[in-house]
Design a binder for this molecule. Sequence first.
Ligand code: WQD
Length: 358
Amino acid sequence: MAVSHTLLVTGGAGFIGSHTLVELLAAGFDVVVFDNFQQGSREALRRVQALSGRSFPCVEGDVRDAAALDRLFARQAELGAPIDAVVHFAALKAVADSVARPLAYYDNNVQGTLALLAAMRRAGVSRLVFSSSATVYGEPQALPYDESHPIAPTNPYGHTKAMVERILRDLCMAEPDFSAVTLRYFNPIGAHPSGRIGEDPHGAPDNLFPYLTRVAIGQLPELRVFGTDYATADGTGVRDYIHVVDLAQGHVAALRHALSGPGFTAVNLGTGHGTSVLELLAAFAAATGVAVPWRPAPRRAGDIAAAWADPRLAERLLGWRASRDIAAMCADGWRWQTRHPDGYAASGAGSGNSAGKP
Ligand code: WQD
């Protein structure tokens, strides 16, 4: 009988969190979701349960609420299903918003993680997978970025992720039994192939892919391409887009690594390939038949010209590599968007009871 592990997944109702829940459940883990539903959706959790054929408890709460976390850890222990590890997604993640509201980002992302780590230690939980970002690298000194690239974020959001990585590294030095795997995401896009869950940003999206799919369904008039004069092949920004299901499966591999032994590890989750804005538009048109209208616009403050990952450490250490290409990212993201033009909102995914069920 395989030993099952019970995981606390903070922020599980979000874009990356919900896709990761599907893969964790498919891999045989039991999960408990903890989410304040500021960004995530209860409907997303209901659909994760339908997709996985498994139900799981969901507790509404904020990672900065130590008492709520203590109650959750204690209740799981009383139920005979103590938390074995934590997958920590809960955070604010918009770069421009972090420039406008830095204190909110330090409070949610840094203070929130400190409160979570303190509650984990009180409960005797010493395994963590942390959702970090390639934004911690800042301006590339060399490309592709590998995990030894200097950490030099250029915005408050990136600084919060770098600070948490520092905290985890120091904690693992101080507590030899603690295990922390920090995952540096590149650019996650697309959706689960079922079209049932996907990215559902509140308001006009900041990021390229959800913006272009909103243009493609006619909700937004056209895409502004921020900068066409970068030192790249076609002058537009180059990024390492990774299918959100590949990213989710990377979390399963990272969790297995965290459960296998102590220590701090930082790993890139990317494909190792760079795609420009215009190349993504062309791939989207080829995959969906929809030519997204666009116009050149000035560069966006803080943007870098090009970024892509060296993905070799993830393959060597975690036995994971991305397998889905840009065409699949476009086709799967389009299926979600066309089936849910208004995201989860149309599904009556408003406030529901928070006790127990999403
Ligand atoms: C991609 C490219 C833009 C919008 C950010 C965060 C990162 C991570 C992913 C959290 C760039 C161009 C964009 C648009 C455009 N988030 N673009 N028109 O900036 O690489 O990364 O999101 O972890 O931390 O920094 O992603 O999708 O915003 O931009 O031309 O309307 O698309 O200039 O070249 P980015 P993005």
